[in-house]
Design a protein around this ligand. Structure first.
Ligand code: ZN
Length: 290
C-alpha cells in the first residue's frame, strides 16, 4: 500500500493516501453502501508483466484475499501516476462493494461469482457501472478502460436515475434493477438485454463470438427506446452518449489489438446519423405527450 499511498499523496498533494480516494468516493456517492469489513486490511500486490499481457488487465481485485493487484508498468510500457490511481480506484470500488453470501458466492455490485460456474451475466453491466463511478470520482474524461461498458452504464444512469442505480448496485439488488427496467418498459425483453450486454462484454474481452455483429447496435436501440419510455428529459446529457460508427472506431482503439476488429463488429449497422436518432427520440416523446 505504501507505493499507492505515495502516488496518491504526490498527485493530490495530500498526506491521506488511499483514504483521500475513499473520501472522494463517499463525497460523490454519499448513499453508496460499502462493506466496511473489507477496509480493515487491504493488501496491494504488484501484477507481473506476464499476467498483464496474458489478461490485458491493469488491475484486479482478488476477493478471496482482499487484495488489489496493480500493474505498475515496465520499461517498455510506461503507466502514468493518474492511470495507476484510476486502476486503483476502480478496484477499490469493487472491494467496497464485494461480499460473500452464505453459500460462498461472491456478490460484487450486480455481479455474482459462483465458485464453480464463474461470473454471472451481469458482469458487463457491473464493470460499466464501476468504471463510470471511477471516472466520476476522479473527474476523468479521457479514460481508455471499458469504453463500451461505461457508455451503457451512463445511459442506464440517466434512464433509471443515478441514485437508484447506484443504490441497487451497492446492495447487489438485481431484482430492483430488473423491476425498474420493467416499470419503464413492460414489453422489454430484460433477459435478452442482460445476455446481449454479457456477450458484448465477452467480445470486448477478446472472446470470439459468432453472433457479435450488430450486438452493440441492438443494445443501443434498446437503451434509446428505454430512454424514450423513461419520460426523463435529460436530452442534452443523453444525446452526448449516442454512439455512431466514428465513436466506435475511437472506442475500439482502446481495446487490445487482437480484439479491435471484433469490437468494431459490435456496432455494425448502426444508424450513422446521430441527428436522425435525436429527432426520432424527440418526435416519439412529443407523440407520447399527446
Ligand atoms: Zn472491474
Amino acid at each position: 500500500m505504501d507505493k499507492i499511498n505515495e502516488i496518491i499523496n504526490r498527485v493530490f498533494r495530500t498526506n491521506e493516501g488511499y483514504k483521500y480516494i475513499l473520501n472522494l468516493i463517499s463525497k460523490r456517492y454519499p448513499t453508496l453502501k460499502i462493506n466496511e469489513e473489507n477496509l480493515k486490511k487491504i493488501d496491494i500486490e504488484k501484477m507481473d508483466l506476464e499476467y498483464h499481457l496474458k489478461t490485458s488487465f491493469f488491475g484486479e481485485y482478488v476477493a478471496e484475499r482482499n487484495t488489489i493487484k496493480i500493474y505498475f508498468g515496465d520499461k517498455n510500457e510506461k503507466i502514468s501516476d493518474m492511470e495507476i490511481i484510476e486502476t486503483f480506484t476502480h478496484e477499490l470500488i469493487h472491494l467496497l462493494t464485494s461480499t460473500y453470501d452464505k453459500d460462498g458466492t461472491l456478490l460484487q455490485g450486480f455481479n455474482m461469482r459462483d465458485k464453480e460456474k464463474g461470473d454471472s451475466f451481469f458482469i458487463g453491466i457491473n464493470e460499466g457501472i464501476t468504471q463510470m463511478m471511477t471516472e466520476e470520482v476522479l473527474d476523468i474524461t479521457n479514460s481508455t478502460a471499458y469504453p463500451f461498458h461505461t457508455n451503457i452504464a451512463r445511459k442506464l444512469s440517466i434512464i433509471i436515475g443515478e441514485e437508484e442505480l447506484i443504490q441497487a448496485y451497492s446492495k447487489h439488488d438485481i431484482d430492483a434493477f430488473v423491476a425498474k427496467l420493467f416499470e419503464i418498459d413492460n414489453n422489454l425483453d430484460v433477459r435478452s438485454f442482460i445476455i446481449k450486454s454479457y456477450f458484448l462484454h465477452l467480445v470486448t474481452m477478446g472472446y470470439d463470438i459468432s453472433d457479435a455483429i450488430g450486438l452493440g447496435t441492438e443494445i443501443e436501440d434498446l437503451l434509446n427506446n428505454l430512454y424514450i419510455n423513461s419520460k426523463k428529459e435529460n436530452d442534452e446529457e443523453y444525446f452526448k452518449l449516442l454512439i455512431d460508427q466514428n465513436d466506435v472506431d475511437v472506442m475500439a482503439k482502446h481495446v487490445p489489438d487482437k480484439i479491435m476488429s471484433s469490437s468494431r463488429f459490435l456496432y455494425y449497422g448502426i444508424i450513422k446519423d446521430k441527428d436522425k436518432i435525436k429527432n426520432i427520440i424527440k418526435r416519439r416523446r412529443q407523440n407520447g405527450r399527446k
